[in-house]
Design a protein around this ligand. Sequence first.
Ligand code: ATP
Length: 512
Amino acid sequence: MNNEDLFKKVVSHCKEYGFVFPSSEIYDGLAAVYDYGQNGVELRNNIRQYWWKSMTQLQTNILGIDAAIFMHPKTWKASGHIDGFSDPMIDNKDSKKRYRADVLLEDHQEKLRAKADKEVEKARARFGDSFDETMYRSTNPRVVEYLNAIAHIDNTLKEGLETGNLGMIKALIEELGIVCPVSGSKYWTDVRQFNLMYSTQMSAVESGEDSLYLRPETAQGIFVNFLNVQKSGRAKIPFGIAQTGKAFRNEIVARQFIMRMKEFEQMEMQFFCKPGTELEWYAYWKEQRLKWHLSLGVYAAKYRYHDHVKLAHYANAAVDIEFDFPFGFKEVEGIHSRTDFDLSKHEEFSGKKLRYFDPETNESYIPYVVETSIGLDRMFLLTLCASYTEDTVDGEVRTVLRIPPALAPVKAAILPLVKKDGLPEMAEKIYNDLRFDFKLYIEDKDSIGKRYRRMDAIGTPFCITVDHDSLINEDVTIRYRDTMEQRRVKISELRDILHRETDMSSLLQKLA
Ligand code: ATP
């Protein structure tokens, strides 16, 4: 299966099996907005819970909060979002399509990079073992030309954005002869900045003065509560505050399904530490967060770090954890060393001191912050892309979601072999006994094979079949999703088996 096929299959599988639906579909949907179905909501809750527990249960010095989506409008002035949270947009006059100018340029760079790599690979094949790639990249005229063009784009884009000279960016797009992917034309509008925040009003009367914003990130709810949590939780630095919740961004270029949505959920943790120690904590969280991803059993090669070359003005280090999605390596999580920028700004705009008094040194200071920020929806998409497989069994294709059992929407299905002879009643008895501990499914319709396939397709790790022998021996067959191995076990053992195999504690132990 190639990547394009895989992605198409994941998207249609999501709809067919109740994971993700387009929002308000009966009205033809709403661009870049999605709803989660009966299986999607369970998987999403489980991912969120795994993150939440790994932060607030496993780490003794991380406390959780749940701040409101609406915040005082000054919050966004202080954080810089009102003035600076925008993307440079450009429209093609022929296709009327709107693009992010920086993305058009980055896509162009990607093409140049691919051309340079192709030259390098050709040379490697020609020179064999004696090939010196570093030397070749710095001396071959064609490769040097590509690499210089990439650097020229970086520098011009950076200068244009930093100085607000958007004309430079348009000129660069024209100079490079970039065409609209839809119309193929070079007939572009000027580049304009477009703020990504949605606004609404606090009161019923639209006065313009009481504009509220739907938060574009959850982090600010943590910053404004820093002292509340520190004091009421008697927290000593270093400590963290974690939060999960909805964020809203008016993403113009919405694409790739739930990868880039207008309404999405973030899971963020801000770690407050002593100034000067932030880079050590940054290194710690960078490693810790990758470990969290790898604990879910995905091949390490599917992940990579991408260090930011262009740092935001308030950051002194930043890295993305990227996953190899079917459409290429893309960010799932960012780890940023944000210095004391946010707390200082909130001090300035609120007039309230946001300092930590260190009882050991008797000094007060504004802590430095290391942030870990992951998109729940991207993690959901990652989980589906990584777990979707098709096996051929007896000449028939079996679609299996190899989701880690602790995250699976349903932990086990209880299936009477036939719909008679007291088997459904026995299945129901087992179901009623185990449902206090696990999310289960019970079904007696269709052949057992069809029922197995349906469970494989939603990633249910165990199918428990009740047959005639069960009535005599008080035992059942338990089938393992991934190996299709079947074992006979006593009904009295089921609870322990399912706990051992599906509890989140088994994942959490990998992090300790
Ligand atoms: P990108 O560069 O992809 O736009 P970003 O750098 O703006 O992402 P951050 O502001 O660092 O993203 O947000 C942290 C995380 O929130 C991202 O790593 C991503 O997982 C998630 N995220 C951001 N924007 C969206 C979106 N529009 N839809 C879904 N998830 C998002």
